[in-house]
Design a protein around this ligand. Structure first.
Ligand SMILES: C[S@@+](CC[C@H](N)C(=O)[O-])C[C@H]1O[C@@H](n2cnc3c(N)ncnc32)[C@H](O)[C@@H]1O
Length: 375
């Protein structure tokens, strides 16, 4: 059994913890941006392939107080590195420190690297570690003077599903879009409308959820190369995941954008994601939207930071609000960084959730319809 940690964007912890429990993992412990849980080798593959809102899955190797460099070195030296690293493996060390006495990341990195190298030399009775084999990324965090040493199992961040090689100007992270679809309660019979769809991420993530399509089904993971997990286990979990795809769903995803090139990209991305048959994309101005009765509007309008100007973004938000606040939709979920979003939109949200879109602090404004779903 391994102790794992799945990382996520701030604000998504409850959603990710739910996902982890729903997959059957135990001993789930929730911290800011990090959810700890227990799993075996299969669990490592399952977590990587199935978690929609996690950024990365790592094996926790050790956790110890590190108020100074000596303690940092000694803790890393006393870990059993030969249980996870072979003598030829490459092991770059990266990390961060938060609210701790040790603040210099390059210094912490080189102290940890030295400790691991010295321990490995002793464990493998060698003076030379070629580091030309499999790359195993060692990550560390120092939070409130506690150092956690971890082995990355994901490789590329889990937001990289593989369906979005073509990027328009300001795409939302796939993991954040997936979190929004969870807050919005997307079901297999939902109609999801995104009138500012850009590269289509929200519609595509909604469709994948509706079809029970595992987000990591078609990509590779670092731990496939590790002797402690391996490709066979990942392939087994992938083939079980394929068998769980639901092709009988009545879900519809409707995306539109004022920019024709974004619409073409969204369409291509949906095809690549395997949900093209459930989604349609067209060129349209969001200010002309007529909300479909019973639909869910889930969207990410321009903020005015990466696109247009703040004033234009506020005006667009006001015009869009006038168009839809009294519509017949089942719910409206808008992520925005505009400080007075509700004032411009013209209605107070039923609930709000603080989130980050990359480095931009945002809020998800949730408007529930009085008409509740009957089930
Ligand atoms: C923040 S981006 C959305 C990114 C999208 N969530 C994604 O993942 O790619 C905002 C989008 O709104 C579009 N847009 C701006 N003004 C619009 C309008 N009046 N009607 C419809 N789309 C508009 C832009 O072309 C841009 O693609």
């Amino acid at each position: 059994m391994y102790r794992l940690v799945a990382t996520c964007g701030f604000g998504l912890e409850s959603v990710l913890a739910y996902e982890i429990r729903h997959l059957g993992f135990e001993e789930v412990e929730v911290h800011d941006g990090r959810i700890f849980f227990d799993a075996d080798e299969y669990g490592i593959a399952i977590a990587n392939i199935w978690l929609r809102t996690a950024e990365r899955v790592l094996i926790v190797l050790d956790e110890y107080p590190a108020p100074d460099f000596d303690a940092l070195y000694d803790g890393a030296f006393s870990s059993d590195w030969s249980s996870v690293l072979s003598s030829g493996d490459a092991f770059p060390v990266k990390g961060y420190s938060l609210n701790s006495k040790l603040t210099s990341i390059p210094a912490c990195q080189s102290v940890l690297k030295k400790a691991i190298v010295e321990k490995m030399k002793a464990q493998y009775s060698t003076q030379f570690l070629p580091e030309r084999g499999v790359e195993k990324k060692i990550r560390f965090s120092i939070v409130k003077d506690i150092c956690t040493l971890m082995l990355d199992t994901s490789g590329d961040g889990l937001h990289k599903r593989g369906y979005r090689p073509l990027l328009n100007e300001a795409p939302i992270r796939e993991t954040l879009a997936a979190g929004m679809t969870d807050f919005a309660r997307v079901y297999d019979d939902s109609t999801v409308v995104d009138p500012f769809c850009g590269s289509g991420t929200i519609v595509i993530e909604s469709a994948m959820r509706a079809m029970n399509l595992a987000p990591g089904l078609t990509r590779a993971f670092a731990a496939e190369e590790y002797d402690i997990v391996g490709k066979e286990i990942f392939d087994e979990v992938r083939s079980e995941a394929r068998a769980q795809i639901r092709n009988d769903v009545s879900f519809r995803g409707i995306g539109s954008d004022i920019d024709g090139s974004a619409v073409r990209i969204a369409s291509d991305n949906a095809q690549r994601a395997g949900v093209g048959h459930l989604c349609s994309f067209s060129v349209s101005d969001a200010r002309d939207l007529v909300p479909e009765a019973g639909s869910l509007i889930i969207t990410n309008p321009p903020y005015g930071e990466r696109l247009s100007s703040p004033e234009e973004a506020e005006k667009l938000c006001a015009d869009f609000g006038k168009r839809i606040v009294n519509g017949d939709q089942r719910g409206t979920y808008i992520i925005s960084s505009l400080p007075d979003f509700e004032k411009h939109f013209g209605k107070q949200a039923s609930r709000r959730r603080k989130l980050y879109n990359g480095m931009i602090p945002c809020q998800l404004f949730m408007y529930f319809s009085e008409k509740k779903r009957q089930d």
